[in-house]
Write a protein of this length. Structure first.
Length: 184
C-alpha cells in the first residue's frame, strides 16, 4: 500500500491532511524558518538551501523569504536564481532549467483541488510544472499545475500561466498568451 506522499508524487489523489503529510510539512517549515532567518551568503545559508532542496544544483540561489511545501520535489538546474517572496507548492515535481531567473513574488503551483465540495474535503492531486532553461519569469507571475514553459521563454509580470508556453516566446496576461516570438 502506498503512503500518502507516494500517492501525491505519483499524481494520484491523496490526503494532504493526514498525519504523515502534516509531519512532513512541519519538518519543512522548520527548515524554511532556518533559511529565512539565517545570515545571508554564509556557508550555513547555502547548506540550508541544499538541505531544503536536495535535488537542485548546489548553486541554487534563493532570496529569503522563500516558501515551499516539500522542497525535495524542486529540481533546479545550475545558475537558477529565485528572488524574494517566491512560493513553490511542490507536491509534484517542479523542474526549473539552468540559468532561469524567477522574479520577486512568483508563485508556482502543482496542487489541484476537485470542484465538488465532497471530494475537495477528502483529497487533492498534483501535476508537475516544467520551466525550461534560461527563462525569465516576471514578478508576481503565477504558474498553474501541469504547465510546461519552453526554453528561453519570458513570462510577463503579473501573468497567470494556465497552458503550455512554447520556447523563445513572450507570454503576458491573465490567462497568459503568447504575444511575441523572440530571437527572430
Amino acid at each position: 500500500m502506498k503512503s500518502e506522499k507516494e500517492k501525491m508524487f505519483a499524481g494520484e489523489p491523496y490526503d494532504a491532511h493526514s498525519a504523515e503529510m502534516i509531519a512532513i510539512r512541519t519538518r519543512v517549515k522548520h527548515i524554511l524558518h532556518k533559511l529565512n532567518v539565517t545570515e545571508y551568503y554564509t556557508d550555513k545559508f547555502q547548506a540550508t538551501i541544499n538541505e531544503l532542496c536536495p535535488n537542485a544544483a548546489k548553486d541554487l540561489h534563493l532570496e529569503p523569504p522563500f516558501y515551499c511545501d516539500y522542497g525535495d520535489h524542486i529540481y533546479a538546474g545550475e545558475g537558477v536564481f529565485i528572488n524574494f517572496g517566491a512560493v513553490i507548492l511542490d507536491g509534484a515535481k517542479v523542474t526549473i532549467g539552468r540559468k532561469t531567473l524567477i522574479a520577486p513574488g512568483v508563485h508556482i503551483y502543482t496542487a489541484r483541488h476537485p470542484l465538488g465540495i465532497e471530494e475537495r474535503r477528502i483529497w487533492e492531486d498534483c501535476k508537475p510544472v516544467t520551466i525550461g532553461e534560461e527563462c525569465w519569469i516576471g514578478g508576481h507571475a503565477t504558474i498553474c499545475p501541469g504547465v510546461t514553459i519552453g526554453d528561453r521563454a519570458v513570462i510577463g509580470a503579473g501573468s497567470v500561466v494556465t497552458k503550455d508556453i512554447p520556447a523563445d516566446t513572450l507570454a503576458v496576461g491573465n490567462p497568459a498568451k503568447v504575444v511575441k516570438k523572440l530571437n527572430e
